[in-house]
Design a protein around this ligand. Structure first.
Ligand SMILES: [Zn+2]
Length: 254
């Protein structure tokens, strides 16, 4: 299975519009971060996790040729605002499967009502096939199984996903003991780390490192990173062995 980091930035993306922060002005491409998303593909199967406002650019840059489905973590715009840009895939493939909590499907129906329209639908609008994700109910994606991982983003429920020995968790602040059991024996864990200072709804760096120490994956990659975290080059040097700061367009094989 191939894992491609389409975006590793926090909600505003980096550089932040109009920012004079030194990280926003960095010339190192590893300091440029689109909104958080990954592409996982194996054999002829291809799925993305989240579909934020940078989706179009991310699909062009990664040269992704098809999307069998989108697994949504939650409804926040940095994870969902790119849904309209599935159109080229819809024109080639037909309705695209979207997997999410029922609450997220209802939210998307309000925000993208024209996509879910059943009467007099505009012919250029894309169509989706919503699939409800329920905690403790693994579901098939291609010839593999995705296991939902229930986590909390402050007061908001969010799903992470495990596929084989890989798990992707973003926008986590707290997680129940029962969910931790689902994360045993991972080769690769991707988890959010916003910055060094604490935050109400996201792990900071220390919380992410403590979580990694608890889960003990073979390798961990940090994502959903703010410019305030610092320069990629400098932060990476401070990290423990087998913990990496992810960056856009990083591709690994699992
Ligand atoms: Zn987010």
């Amino acid at each position: 299975m191939n894992l491609y980091f389409l975006g590793t930035g926090t909600s505003q993306g980096i550089p932040v519009i109009g920012s004079n922060h030194s990280v926003c002005q960095s010339t190192d491409s590893k300091d440029e971060r689109l909104r958080v998303s990954v592409w996982v593909h194996w054999e002829n199967h291809s799925f993305v996790i989240d579909c934020g406002p940078d989706f179009r650019q991310q699909m062009l840059k990664s040269n992704c040729q098809k999307v069998d489905g989108i697994l949504y973590t939650h409804e926040h715009s940095d994870h969902t605002a790119g849904l309209d840009d599935i159109r080229p895939f819809f024109f080639k493939q037909g309705a695209i499967s979207i997997y999410s909590h029922q609450r997220v499907i209802e939210n998307l129906k309000k925000r993208f009502d024209y996509i879910f329209e059943t009467e007099n639908k505009y012919p250029g609008a894309p169509s989706v096939k919503p699939v409800e994700v329920v905690n403790n109910q693994p579901f098939p994606i291609g010839n593999k199984t995705a296991i939902p991982i229930n986590v909390m983003h402050g007061n908001l429920q969010v799903f992470g996903y495990r596929i084989d020995d890989f798990a992707y968790l973003t926008d986590v602040k707290t997680i129940d003991e029962s969910e931790i059991d689902k994360l045993k024996n991972l080769k690769v864990l991707v988890v959010n780390a916003l910055r060094e200072e604490p935050h109400n709804t996201h792990f900071n760096l220390q919380e992410a490192l403590d979580f990694i120490a608890l889960i003990k994956p073979q390798k961990a990659y940090l994502t959903h990173i703010s410019h305030i975290m610092g320069f990629h080059e400098e932060v990476q040097q401070k990290l423990p062995k087998n913990v990496y700061l992810a960056y856009d367009n990083l591709e690994i094989t699992i």
